[in-house]
Write a protein that binds this ligand. Structure first.
Ligand code: APR
Length: 360
């Protein structure tokens, strides 16, 4: 059982006070502009109708302070009720409505600027779909208010072999591919990247090891979304939001369980895990992905054999799809795994070889 020292229980429970103005789907600014275009050619009656319709519509469309709208539209309507002549009437109408438009936009902007999007990611009653959409529509700066503790991609170094690693005949040197590989030793739940792979079980409802760490960091909404996926077969991959985690998505996969020896079936299943996670990422236009050492903990896959499957599958996938990915991160948690990957990476991602004569 993997011993996890992760300190990731990020507490994100903030009070929930979202105004409609701050929600991405609010159509008010474009709607009010189209109304003001008609203001010039309106008669008094249709202007009245428009004001009361606009008032009702705006109020239903957004959190707009009733008093502000009432003041502006009442003022313009009362001026109009003095029956001014032709062009003055239209001008007053336009003034009244454009004042309403400006008030609306100004209020909308102020409220949007003071937007305090609060997510209550630790309440089981929160709607996971709405939270997921809100997180997806936030820019990185706002998302960082949610998870705070993170390791940005720029802090995750591209792998370079230490010392004179002798080239192995496994693969041809390819600098383009080498630049896309990282070896990171630490907690995968801290990585601020597009997607982290989870070594899950078939229920997808959480467990121990890295699965437990990811669910703890994400919060209860992850399990709520997972519960809608009807589980996952060995070797398959399914993607969810990441909620309280710095990653944007979690790609859950179920590795093979190895009881005694690794057979062709187990090897193919592990290969499918890596391939299907990468395919799920690129299909969703995600460009940075991290893998834990799938199946090498509770599921008992010998790490020295799993590393060969992981590196070979990622190398082959990158050869076919290098333009779709910027970084694949092998995230190891144990020192023994770190040493294993350091030893084997140069077999699959060799640096340009120097002639053997140079090495002597
Ligand atoms: N970050 C990165 N790697 C981690 C972390 C972490 N926070 N925690 C554990 N690991 C490593 C372990 O050290 C191991 O190398 O993840 C690797 C996979 O080990 P497990 O998590 O035990 O996963 P696996 O062997 O695939 O077994 C899956 O275990 O946790 C349950 O619900 C899970 O039933 C499933 C089974």
């Amino acid at each position: 059982m993997a011993f996890q020292v992760s300190k990731l229980a990020t507490r994100v429970s903030l009070s929930n006070s979202v105004g409609l103005i701050s929600s991405a789907e609010n159509r008010c600014p474009s709607h009010v502009k189209s109304v003001s275009k008609f203001a010039q050619s309106l008669t008094e009656r249709s202007f009245h109708t428009l004001c009361s319709a606009g008032k009702g519509l705006l109020r239903s469309q957004m959190v707009f302070p009733k008093t502000q709208w009432e003041k502006v539209s009442t003022a313009s309507i009362s001026l109009l009720s003095l029956k001014p002549r032709g062009s003055i009437r239209v001008a007053l109408g336009a003034v009244g409505l454009s004042a309403a438009v400006i008030a609306t936009l100004h209020t909308g902007t102020l409220l949007a600027m003071s937007e305090r999007t609060h997510l209550n990611l630790h309440s089981p009653n929160t709607d996971w779909k709405e939270s997921k959409n809100q997180l997806c529509s936030m820019d990185r700066e706002n998302r960082r208010k949610v998870y705070k503790d993170y390791i940005p991609l720029e802090k995750i170094l591209v792998w370079t072999p230490s010392g004179d690693s002798f080239c192995s005949p496994h693969c041809k040197p390819n600098e383009e591919l080498n630049k896309k590989i990282s070896l990171f030793c630490g907690d995968i739940t801290k990585l601020e990247i597009d997607a982290i792979a989870n070594a899950a079980n078939k229920t997808l409802l959480g467990g121990g090891g890295v699965d437990g760490a990811i669910h703890r960091g994400a919060g209860p909404l992850l399990r709520k979304e997972c519960a809608t996926l009807n589980g996952c077969e060995t070797g398959e991959a399914k993607m969810t939001g990441a909620y309280g985690l710095p990653a944007r998505y979690v790609i859950h996969t179920v590795g093979p369980i190895v009881k005694d020896l690794v057979g062709k079936r187990e090897e193919q299943a592990l290969r499918n895990c890596y391939y299907n996670c990468l395919h799920t990422a690129t299909k969703n236009h995600l460009r940075t992905v991290a893998f834990p050492c799938i199946s090498t903990g509770v599921y008992g896959y010998p790490p020295d054999q799993a590393v060969e499957v992981a590196l070979k599958t990622v190398r082959e996938y990158l050869e076919e799809n290098h333009e779709k990915l910027d970084r694949v991160i092998f995230c190891v948690f144990l020192k023994s795994d770190k040493e294993l990957y350091e030893k084997r990476l140069s077999a699959y991602f060799p640096q340009a070889c120097r002639p053997v004569s140079d090495i002597s």
